[in-house]
Design a protein around this ligand. Structure first.
Ligand SMILES: [Fe+2]
Ligand SMILES: [Fe+2]
Length: 212
C-alpha cells in the first residue's frame, strides 16, 4: 500500500473529519497505533479470560480478575470500532496473539494466583509505558493539522479523541498493575524470571504487531 492510499484512508468518508488531510507519515502512524492497540487489547482480554478460567475455583481472586477483564473488554471493543471506522486491517498474526494470550493467562493462573498477578504486573508495566510513548508522539507530532472551519492549526478533534481514549486506558492499565501488586504478585516464584520473561514476550508482540 502506498503512502497516498494510507493518507487517504485517514481522511476518507468512513470518519467525518473536520481537518485538512494528514501527512502520509501522520496517517501511517495513526494506522500503526490502531493496529497495535487493537491487537494488544485483544491479547489483554484473552489473558484475563485464561486467568479467570484457571482460577475459577478461587472465590477471593475471581472478582478481582473479573473486574479487570471487564475493563479489557471495553478497551478491546473501542479499538475494534476504531479499526472499522478507519479501515485499518488487523495484525495478520491475530490468530497467534489469541492462542498465545489465552495460553499465557491460563498457564500463569494454573500455576497459582501469585503467578497470575505477576503476569498482570509484567503485562501492564509494558503496556502502560507503550501507551505513554504513543501519547508523547501524538502530543508532539500532531499539532500542525489545519482545521477546516477555523483555519487554525491544532491537533484536530480526531487526534484529541484518540489521545483521550489512550489516556483513559493507560490509567486503567496502571490500576491493574497496582491491583496485581496488592494481590501478591511479588510473592510469585520465580518472580524475576517470570516477570522479565513475560515483559520480553509482550515487548516482542508489540514490536511485531506494529509492523505486521
Ligand atoms: Fe487494556
Ligand atoms: Fe489492563
Amino acid at each position: 500500500m502506498n503512502r497516498v492510499t494510507i493518507a487517504k484512508r485517514f481522511t476518507s468518508t468512513a470518519v467525518k473529519t473536520t481537518h485538512a488531510p494528514l501527512s502520509a507519515a501522520q496517517a501511517a502512524y495513526l494506522e500503526r497505533v490502531i493496529r497495535v492497540d487493537q491487537a494488544g487489547e485483544l491479547g489483554a482480554d484473552l489473558i484475563y479470560a485464561g486467568q479467570y478460567l484457571a482460577l475459577s475455583h478461587n472465590k477471593k481472586v475471581k472478582p478481582v480478575i473479573k473486574h479487570m477483564w471487564e475493563q479489557e473488554v471495553v478497551h478491546r471493543t473501542t479499538f475494534n470500532e476504531l479499526q472499522v471506522q478507519h479501515r485499518v486491517r488487523p495484525s495478520i498474526l491475530t490468530p497467534i496473539w489469541k492462542v498465545g494470550a489465552f495460553g499465557l493467562g491460563f498457564a500463569t493462573g494454573f500455576m497459582n494466583k501469585e503467578a497470575a498477578m505477576a503476569c498482570t504486573e509484567a503485562v501492564e508495566t509494558v503496556i502502560g509505558s507503550h501507551y505513554n510513548q504513543q501519547l508523547r508522539v501524538l502530543s508532539n507530532n500532531f499539532g500542525d493539522i489545519k482545521e477546516l472551519d477555523t483555519g487554525k492549526y491544532t491537533d484536530s478533534k480526531e487526534v484529541t479523541n484518540l489521545k483521550n481514549t489512550i489516556m483513559k486506558f493507560r490509567d486503567e492499565e496502571l490500576e491493574h498493575l497496582d491491583t496485581a501488586i496488592k494481590n501478591d504478585s511479588h510473592n510469585a516464584r520465580p518472580y524475576w524470571l517470570l516477570t522479565e520473561t513475560i515483559k520480553g514476550i509482550v515487548k516482542g508482540a508489540v514490536f511485531t504487531a506494529e509492523r505486521i
